[in-house]
Design a protein around this ligand. Structure first.
Ligand code: HEC
Length: 179
């Protein structure tokens, strides 16, 4: 009788263990699909991030422009401005040409020269021509402001953009502070 009870208890214990592990499996199993769904989401996220970064990155990864202005060459900036002069005048009160006049450009509201017919894209882009905005726009105008009328590929060299931005800054009775 005693041994039967003990055997019975052992069998009951084994049954309970088996049941619990089944229940455990059931409890764990529903988590599996969730986990794999998660795991699929993660690579998707990073891959879509990676591809959007490729288009956004050229502008976000530019070196800070302000420290570069301190080392920039006004002389080279003036030389480079010849690339813009077919479309832009630079003198005070100068006429708009294919593009708007550039006098007093720094910190000016985008698309605000009187009498110039800007693209909707540029006006809607909004904000002011800070040094860093110019740095991004002049890198690749048509990529930075999609739909701009400015038909110019841009200045690839960081130092060239710094040089021309320093020169553009000088086109004012009261040049903006260098910070
Ligand atoms: C082929 C003609 C052309 C050339 C070359 C050109 N631009 Fe432009 N630029 C334009 C036009 C057109 C616009 C107006 C864009 C719009 O409305 O979308 C413009 C707009 C701009 C603006 C915005 C001005 C504002 O009032 O909001 C800046 C800044 C600018 N150009 C700088 C330059 C610089 C610097 C260069 C030379 C490195 C240059 N551009 C070369 C045609 C040109």
């Amino acid at each position: 009788m005693e041994t039967n009870k003990i055997l019975g208890a052992i069998i009951l214990a084994l049954l309970l263990i088996a049941m619990f592990s089944k229940v455990g499996d059931l409890l764990i199993h529903p988590e599996f699909p969730e986990q794999t769904a998660y795991k699929i989401d993660v690579p998707e996220d990073t891959s879509s991030n990676a591809s959007s970064e490729e288009t956004v990155d050229p502008f976000e990864s530019l070196p800070e422009i302000i420290p570069m202005l301190a080392m920039a060459s006004l002389e080279n900036g003036e030389k480079l401005s010849k690339k813009c002069a077919t479309c832009h005048s630079f003198d005070k009160g100068g006429a708009n040409k294919v593009g708007p006049n550039m006098w007093n450009l720094i910190n000016r509201t985008k698309g605000s020269v009187d009498g110039f017919a800007y693209s909707a894209a540029l006006v809607e882009f909004g904000g002011e021509w800070s040094y860093s905005e110019l740095n991004k726009f002049l890198l690749k105008p048509k990529k930075y402001i999609k739909g701009t009328k400015m038909n110019y590929n841009g200045l690839k060299k960081d130092s060239d953009r710094a040089d021309i931005i320093l020169w553009l800054r000088s086109l004012s009775d009261n040049p903006a502070p260098l910070n």
